[in-house]
Design a protein around this ligand. Structure first.
Ligand code: NAD
Ligand code: UDP
Length: 313
């Protein structure tokens, strides 16, 4: 059945790929974005689609529309951007979630929250299962995002308990692919841009910290599967690729794949930078029958091609 689906943050990296997929599936899409980190370039090709509607709006303020489902993705995701105006980041997570949950409650429609592996903080349990409560500094520079997203999860579960809202909470681990911002400071985009420009590759700390990288198409598939589960499935569910790399390994891989002459230089590790991160995705396997199909080396090919064309190098 053709549905009208609201995607907040639809002009961003993940949101724009999700809008594309939902249109392909035959839905109408309302893409809502304040364009803080998103860009019209990400969705320009969708503007002429008859099922696509673009709304410039900040979710910190209420929004009403007759929608059948809501994906709540609006929030800056890279440390550089979410720390730029930390109060607004917390407002987006908390007030934004209240506004979108209010809409879901009134419409009695499912709402999916893009939560994050950051809610585990600097984890002492490895890999991280959903049952782990995390290790988060509540007063540090990352807290606006980590605690904002934690509070958003609290709100989702309280709206479920209090108002029976159909919630779907997913905890997304590091995801990469075309349409990441060249300047958003995240490691995959930073390294590729630096390698393509022949600039120094900035490795923070020793480079021994780990992350697990999920390609965008795998993530979008999981988001759609999660939304299509029955009302009893609330999550939280981890979504990510469980293959773990050190950040130094990533730097070396990017240098090799771009045939770059860049050298690695060392910078101080940012405050509260998690030492390890790897999702336990057994719950996603059981409930969504999902696991990532694209390995890092494979996903870097279109990502590097995207940045080559974006940078004109
Ligand atoms: P992104 O910055 O590319 O996209 C976020 C979008 O939200 C942007 O288009 C931005 O303009 C918009 N936005 C920000 N604040 C807003 C507000 N107050 N009102 C309306 N729009 C607003 O980031 P992304 O990587 O696409 O992340 C999307 C979501 O997924 C975020 O909620 C993020 O926390 C979550 N997430 C992403 C990752 C990842 O690795 N990419 C990992 C964990 C969680
Ligand atoms: N990082 C790095 N160099 C960069 C950008 C990031 O070494 O130019 C490191 C960062 O310190 C972290 C990891 O790469 O350990 C992932 O950083 P990112 O900002 O992409 O995401 P995070 O998982 O920390 O939110």
């Amino acid at each position: 059945m053709r549905k009208t689906i609201l995607v907040t943050g639809g002009g961003g990296f993940i949101g724009s790929h999700l809008c594309e997929r939902l249109l392909l599936d035959g839905n109408d899409v309302i893409c809502l974005d304040n364009f803080f980190t998103g860009s019209k370039d990400n969705i320009r090709h969708l503007l002429s689609h008859e099922g696509f509607e673009l709304v410039r709006h900040d979710i910190c303020f209420p929004y009403y529309a007759e929608v059948d489902a809501i994906y709540n993705l609006a929030c800056p995701a890279s440390p550089v951007h979410y720390q730029y105006n930390p109060v607004h980041t917390t407002k987006t997570c908390v007030m934004g979630s209240i506004n979108m949950l209010g809409l879901a409650k009134r419409r009695r429609v499912p709402i999916l929250q893009a939560s994050t592996s950051e809610i585990y903080g600097d984890p002492v349990v490895h890999p991280q299962p959903e049952s782990y409560w995390g290790n988060v500094n509540c007063i540090g520079r990352r807290s606006c995002y980590d605690e904002g997203k934690r509070c958003a999860e609290t709100l989702f579960f309280d709206y479920r308990r209090q108002n029976n809202v159909k919630i779907k909470v997913v905890r997304i681990f590091n995801t990469y692919g075309p349409r990441m911002l060249p300047n958003d400071g995240r490691v995959v985009s930073n390294f590729i841009v630096q390698a393509l420009r022949g600039e120094d590759i900035t490795l923070y700390g020793t480079g021994e910290q780990t992350r697990s990288f999920c390609f965008i198409s795998d993530l979008v598939e999981a988001l759609v599967r999660m939304m299509n589960t029955g009302d009893d499935i609330t999550g939280p569910i981890n979504l990510g690729n469980p293959v773990e790399f050190t950040i130094r390994q990533l730097a070396e891989l990017v240098i090799a794949m771009t045939d770059s002459k860049s050298r690695i230089v060392y910078h101080p590790l940012p405050d509260d930078d998690p030492a390890k991160r790897k999702p336990d995705i057994s719950r996603a396997g059981e409930i969504l029958n999902w696991q990532p199909a694209v390995q890092l080396r494979e996903g870097l090919v279109p990502t590097i091609a995207y940045f080559r064309s974006k940078l004109g190098v």
